[in-house]
Design a binder for this molecule. Structure first.
Ligand code: SAH
Ligand code: MG
Length: 206
């Protein structure tokens, strides 16, 4: 991966350890020339830099989706709240301005298209993707809804990546782990793992 982008990704606010980001980059590099990459959960663009770097190298594109209003655990009073991301005019969270600045700083404005909205709504109008990365709402309903909406969009032979998969409940919440189990049950094949990142491949036969 381009060392300048690797350096920049580590400076961006967010939730993607560098070794997991590099694994994400590797998966994206395999997929980016076959079709679009889709990310659920842009936040400030940290993981989008890893994915977007791979897309840019082959003239591909990453669509990164987020309503930018934050997940439950990012709201005021919760564990992952960041007061710097509150829009004073609405009192609500808004990570979109930071995402845009990240893409400018990374020189990835062409390779990365930000989609602002609810992931399941977008999925309803989406056809297919060479790689889908699920890192949106981590609660029970949102994680399963993202899996149900987006897993069918992965093209045969394409990749499905899931973040925050913790087999041991002591390490983190259940839903991402549960959807990883669902993917295995649905015939996805384990392809790569790094930290809490899991990458699966959809069977080439559909
Ligand atoms: N990938 C990011 C972290 C994502 S945090 C990184 O590398 O740092 C999860 C994000 O998912 C939040 O920004 C939140 O706004 C978004 N999100 C949660 N539920 C969503 C939904 N239903 N539709 C779109 N975005 C959602
Ligand atoms: Mg995550």
């Amino acid at each position: 991966m381009n060392p300048e982008l690797a350096e920049l990704a580590q400076q961006v606010k967010g939730f993607m350890p560098h070794d997991e980001g590099v694994a994400l980059y590797r998966a994206a590099a395999e997929a980016a020339s076959l079709g679009p990459l889709v990310e659920i959960g842009s936040y400030c663009g940290k993981s989008a830099v890893y994915l977007g770097a791979a897309a840019a190298e082959v003239g591909g594109v990453l669509f990164t989706i987020d309503h930018h209003r934050g997940s439950e655990e990012m709201q005021a009073g919760w564990e992952h709240h960041d007061a710097e991301l509150v829009d004073p005019s609405t009192g609500r969270m808004d990570s979109l301005p930071v995402l845009r600045q990240t893409l400018i700083d990374a020189g990835l404005e062409e390779a990365v298209v930000a989609i602002v909205g609810d992931s399941v709504t977008v999925a309803a109008h989406w056809s297919s993707a060479a790689l889908v990365f699920i890192d949106g709402g981590h609660g029970d309903a949102p994680a399963h809804a993202d899996y149900e909406a987006w897993a069918p969009k992965v093209m045969p032979g394409g990749l499905l990546a899931i973040h925050d998969v913790f087999p041991d409940p002591a390490d983190g919440g259940r839903p991402p782990y549960e959807i990883w189990l669902r993917a295995l049950d649905d015939g996805y094949i384990e392809h790569d793992a790094q930290g809490s990142l899991r990458v699966l491949r959809r069977s080439p036969n559909g």
